[in-house]
Design a protein around this ligand. Structure first.
Ligand SMILES: NC(=O)c1ccc[n+]([C@@H]2O[C@H](COP(=O)([O-])OP(=O)(O)OC[C@H]3O[C@@H](n4cnc5c(N)ncnc54)[C@H](O)[C@@H]3O)[C@@H](O)[C@H]2O)c1
Length: 99
C-alpha cells in the first residue's frame, strides 16, 4: 500500500499505525502535493516501481479553505480549494489508471 500526503508528520503517524496494526502489509509513504502535477506523476511512478502495479487509487486529499462569508473569500483561496478538491482528482486518477 502506498500512502501519500502533503503533511509529513501525519503521514508518518498514519504509516506507523498501519504498520503496528497490519505488520504483514508493506506500506510505502510518499510525501507529495496533489496540486503539483510532477509530484503526482512521481508518486505514481514510485508506487509502480515499488509494487509493480496499481490495483486501485483513492483520491481523498482535501482542504476546506478559509471559513469566511463567500463575498470575503479571496479569489486565490477559492481557486486553491477548487484545484485541490476538484481538479486534481481527475488528474491523479487518470495517471494511476494507466497502471
Ligand atoms: N470528513 C467528513 O465528514 C467530510 C464530509 C464531506 C466532505 N469531506 C471532504 O473530504 C475531503 C477530505 O476530508 P477529511 O475529513 O478526510 O479531511 P482531513 O483533513 O482529515 O484529510 C485530508 C488530508 O488531505 C491532505 N492534504 C491536503 N492538501 C493536500 C495536498 N495538496 N496534497 C496532498 N495531501 C493533501 C491533508 O494533509 C490531510 O491528511 C475534504 O475535501 C472535505 O471537505 C469530508
Amino acid at each position: 500500500m502506498a500512502l501519500t500526503d502533503i503533511n509529513a508528520k501525519s503521514l508518518e503517524t498514519t504509516v506507523a499505525k498501519l504498520k503496528a496494526d497490519y505488520p504483514d502489509v508493506e506500506v510505502k509513504a510518499i510525501e507529495m502535493d496533489v496540486g503539483v502535477e510532477e509530484q503526482v506523476e512521481k508518486s505514481i511512478a514510485d508506487t509502480v516501481s515499488a509494487f509493480g502495479r496499481i490495483d486501485f487509487a483513492v483520491n481523498n486529499a482535501g482542504i476546506g479553505g478559509l471559513l469566511v462569508p463567500t463575498p470575503e473569500l479571496p479569489t486565490s483561496e477559492w481557486m486553491k480549494v477548487q484545484n485541490i478538491n476538484v481538479n486534481v482528482r481527475s488528474n491523479s486518477t487518470g495517471g494511476a489508471k494507466q497502471h
